[in-house]
Design a protein around this ligand. Sequence first.
Ligand code: NAP
Ligand code: MG
Length: 489
Amino acid sequence: MSTPVREFLRGPKKLLIDGNWVDAASGRTFSTYDPATGDQLTEVAHGERADVDRAVRAARNAFEGWASLKPNERERLLWRVGDILSERAAEFGELEALDNGKSAAIATAVDVGWSADIFRYYAGWATKIEGSTVNVSMPFAPGAEFHAYTLREPVGVCGLIVPWNFPLLMAAFKLGPALATGNTVILKPAEQTPLTALLLGEVFQEAGFPPGVVNIITGFGEAGAALSGHDEVDKVAFTGSTEVGKKIVDAAKGNLKKVSLELGGKSANIVFADADFDAAVEGSLNAWLFNHGQCCVAGTRLFVEDSIFEKFTEAVAHAASQVKIGPGLDPATQLGPLISQEQFDKVSGYLREGIAEGARALTGGKRWGDSGYFVEPTVFVDVEPEFSIVREEIFGPVVAAMPFSASDDIAALANDSIYGLAAGIWTRDLSKAHRTARRLHAGSVWINQYNGFDTAMPFGGYKQSGWGRELGATAIDLYTQTKAVNVAL
Ligand code: NAP
Ligand code: MG
């Protein structure tokens, strides 16, 4: 462990409210654990409703000042956050690896590197929020003249609730556009992974953000519920399970706060027989195995054209069996542990259920090692569309492979899910690729690649995978509201 990370773990980890690091009102703390060993890493302040109240008040008081700051000042501050993150990338990556279990090298490059990019991308947006002038006809006022225009204004105080699979990155998805457009925020990280959010709090202070603009409340679901039900919160942005997403919608009804949701998935990855075989094998592995399968976009329903089904699934299973499993701090590690005992039990339950339902594991199917929350990468074949391992989000390194024939309506098979987050298509036939892409009910479609994310591309779900689109210009819509102004001249 590096010295800065050791010192961070040793120091007090409090709540960030109104520019100050403070204990929870109750004085309580909770533990966060290293999923590679199950050992306690450190203690963190246990924020609850009373703390959420204080943070919301701070964000409310800071709002006018932040929203009326010159856009280029917000730009400079956000850019600085991106730069500090880049400078401290290794420290953030290591801390994320310890708290979440993912590889430190991957966390540094992907989670931290991309987060820095997101802050700089939205720094650029701060000076580019525009309304429009509208040439109105006003048929009821013949002969009169008007000057009509729209203003884009921030929504206000935003609660940002994020999960444990990409703790820093999911926070960046929300903080970047929320702050660029002049909102103030309360960030609630997941109970399993509170640490990089707290380190990020230090970065906001170092960058020179005014007090109260960014508040951070570590705690449990109760703190998230307090935020989503709070009458003084104008918007909640959430990433996590579909089940909790529905609770947030219910809680938001009180003051009809704006809600954006990025929820679960059971994404289809479709391999046609004419695909580049080796590229499709590698890409399909990445589709369900990246981040140990703990990805909302994971391509966990693998549809393979029947003429290559056996050869293809065996190649995927072979590649999966070669993956190097270990703790995140080992540079050789490709696949780390699941996040928690709870997640380990859930994934293990699906493995048992799959086998009980009649599925056959070409590789994997059980625990790896005898400590930590490791599970072998598992490729299931002989599955039926109604099996729970085909229908439900497992959130572990498990894929269900199914053959299809050229006469099947593959888009209809792929669309047979309550979710609609992402999809992959592998083929050398351009027309087939685009035709299939049009028919898929999914927010992102990746052709001849998987996880083809970019900061400038909108991201979000059809159906029960969510409301709204994060990233790109579309995220600006999530954090602004439009005012129509009409002046009689
Ligand atoms: P979760 O409960 O949806 O957690 C996401 C965030 O919501 C966390 O910060 C959580 O706090 C908070 N939260 C929990 N209950 C809340 C409530 N009633 N109101 C407001 N916020 C609340 O997800 P999980 O329990 O960690 O994981 C369960 C399953 O969700 C996983 O097995 C996986 O299938 C799925 N999942 C999906 C995604 C995704 O990106 N789509 C991400 C994570 C998990 P706490 O951490 O304190 O619970
Ligand atoms: Mg939870």
